[in-house]
Ligand binder design. Sequence first.
Ligand SMILES: C[S@@+](CC[C@H](N)C(=O)[O-])C[C@H]1O[C@@H](n2cnc3c(N)ncnc32)[C@H](O)[C@@H]1O
Length: 257
Amino acid sequence: MSIKNFNGNVDATYLKEMAILLEDIKETSYQMMNLSPGDIILDIGCGIGVDAYNIAEIVGNKGKVIGLDNDPEMINNATENFSAINLEFTLGNINNLPFPDGYFDSVRAEKLFQVLPPDFNYDDIIQEMIRVTKKGGMIILVDTDWGSASLDYKNQGLTNRLLDFFAKVCRPNGYAGREFIGLLKRNNVQVVDVNVKPIITRDFRETTFGEWLTREALEHGIATPEEMEGWNHDLMEKTEQGEFYSCVNMVLVAGKK
Ligand SMILES: C[S@@+](CC[C@H](N)C(=O)[O-])C[C@H]1O[C@@H](n2cnc3c(N)ncnc32)[C@H](O)[C@@H]1O
């Protein structure tokens, strides 16, 4: 599975392609972590391990990075792809982190909250992240605000209907990015830095609004087959003519315990 035929399941190939697209955003998130050589870092929902590996290079051999994920396939993939003396990957759940209080200098979660089911209590989760962070340590949250998605299509009504449906139904927690400041603040974490970075896409096939959105929208009766046929045809034509434009914001928030 890759971005070009994304079917709603995040897998290793999709995450690899996304890591290239989001290189600049990832780099900004590392800067927001105030990393120093010797730091001990946790990356929760580490996926294929790209960030854990990059951060391990920054903190050096006196430091340590742990990448944690609840999907054994992701952990196997990360372990196979990335190895360093100061890097570990471990199976675990954000609900119940297998680490002592105050163990980490910095804890991060990227594109994790948008996939957490709505019945998770996000305050409990953030409390668990706070628990394992040292006093004065950093908590970095990075996620998509799917409610900010925009796309140039002649039928504004259909566009709004589909993008709204995508944020509310296709993603378990599509508004994650915009919720972070409030989430940290009400859990007594000092918000010290906020960045918003747009992801601009000029190729319809590189968005998540093609095949998968079409199937979901038809199944849920959000649009008619004719509307979706026009959507796919016209947006591919726009891509071929170099006219395609879509954009969605990534929100990066740094908090200090
Ligand atoms: C969209 S991916 C993002 C991966 C990585 N952070 C990145 O930016 O490439 C979300 C990851 O969170 C993991 N995940 C989902 N629920 C989790 C949970 N309850 N605890 C730990 N990891 C979880 C998934 O297995 C997946 O690898």
